[in-house]
Design a protein around this ligand. Structure first.
Ligand SMILES: *Cc1c(COP(=O)(O)O)cnc(C)c1O
Length: 370
């Protein structure tokens, strides 16, 4: 098989349009497809089931995550909802790593309140402690690594091996939004389900809202397919096409994000006003604690190149304050226990010149001293 960089660029350039010789795949917007005869199908019937453009994207997503099937959906939250709707029911239990996307916690709390699907959290470190939390009704382990926003790294393989040794029926699901298959392929580490907010690195340009679920097991794929046909949170053809286009640069973008993030992390460590820098050493996400003698609001207002905006993973550098934005729905005590304080700043380091990014952040810090 082609190496990842080649697969990303060439993999979805279908050959079905040999008539025109098109180099990039065609975009099909049709919602209906003619049948050759009664009981016959071209493979395409109605666009909630599948479309030629989405099918190309899904084959590409499955290939790059080393899965057998992928499902492209309308957002990262739709991907999370697809997994829970397909694999959990009232009375089930699941365990989630404790430091993850705030919207996922909002979703978990809703599931618990409305459907009695209860959950416990786990610190992401102590695997024996995780095993002690398993209940007969546990159906799913939900991991996000590096964690968001404090960048703790979880050993996916250790978790999957330990959990499956005692309970092969439990699904290990990994939200792989932060590292992407360029740096981490959870299915090869023993995970059962991979989820993405493709709005972030996979899309990479702050212009597509999308999500993905990838599995490498035919039964799991069948459950997801049936659920998706029933509820219809599919990705539309145009965004699917745009995502195919974006994936072509994923490999080069991720390596450039890492190079820029390493540089910015290094510069911030030497900056007066920065108490601590959190960085997993790979990928484009950094967090840092602004010293309390500096004003967070002034810092944000002084940014000139970087944007104060709450997303991540794109070519533009975006800066957020998780305590009041992405993680605000989490109870305050839990935020504080995790180290999510009012002066924790999260940076999604983009692909502008690394010196420009660092200089912009540092000048904004310097000018925010009270
Ligand atoms: C943004 C995000 C989500 C939610 O995805 P949307 O595309 O915004 O619905 C889920 N997980 C992680 C890690 C995210 O960063």
């Amino acid at each position: 098989m082609a190496k990842l960089a080649t697969q990303l660029i060439q993999g979805a350039n279908g050959t079905e349009d040999d008539r025109t010789g098109t180099v990039v795949p065609a975009l099909y917007l049709s919602t209906a497809f003619r049948h050759p005869g009664l009981g016959e199908s071209t493979g395409f019937d109605y666009s909630r089931l599948t479309t030629p453009t989405r099918a190309l994207l899904e084959t590409q997503l499955a290939t790059i995550e080393k899965g057998s099937a992928a499902f492209a959906v309308s957002s990262g939250m739709a991907a999370i909802d697809l997994v829970f709707s397909a694999f959990t029911k009232t009375g089930d239990h699941f365990i989630a790593s404790d430091d993850l996307y705030g919207g996922s916690f909002r979703y978990f709390d809703e599931r618990q309140a409305k459907y009695q699907i209860n959950y416990d959290t786990w610190d992401g470190v102590d695997v024996d402690g995780l095993l002690l939390k398993l209940q007969p009704t546990t159906r799913l382990i939900w991991l996000e690594t590096p964690s968001n926003p404090t960048m703790k790294v979880i050993d996916i393989e250790a978790v999957a091996t330990a959990v499956h040794a005692v309970r092969p029926d439990i699904l290990v699901a990994v939200d792989n939004t932060f590292l992407t298959p360029v740096y981490q392929q959870p299915l090869t580490l023993g995970a059962d389900v991979v989820v993405h907010s493709a709005t972030k690195y996979l899309g990479g340009h702050n212009d597509i809202l999308a999500g993905a679920v990838v599995v490498n097991n035919a039964d799991l794929a069948e459950s997801l397919s049936q659920q998706l046909t029933t509820t219809g949170q599919n990705l539309d053809p145009f965004d699917a096409w745009l995502l195919i286009r974006s994936l072509k640069t994923l490999n080069i973008r991720m390596h450039a994000h890492t190079a820029n993030a390493r540089y910015v992390a290094q510069q911030l460590k030497q900056t007066a006003g920065v108490d601590q820098v959190l960085y997993a050493g790979i990928g484009g996400m950094i967090s840092f604690y602004l010293n309390t003698q500096y004003a967070v609001d002034t810092f944000l207002k002084n940014l000139q190149i970087c944007s104060f905006a709450e997303s991540l993973g794109s070519v533009e550098t975006l800066i957020t304050v998780p305590d009041v934005q992405t993680h605000h729905d989490m109870p305050e005590a839990q935020r504080r226990a995790l180290g999510i304080t009012p002066n924790l700043i999260r940076v999604s380091v983009g692909l502008e010149d690394q010196a420009d990014i660092a200089e912009d952040i540092i000048q904004a810090i310097t000018h925010s001293k009270e």
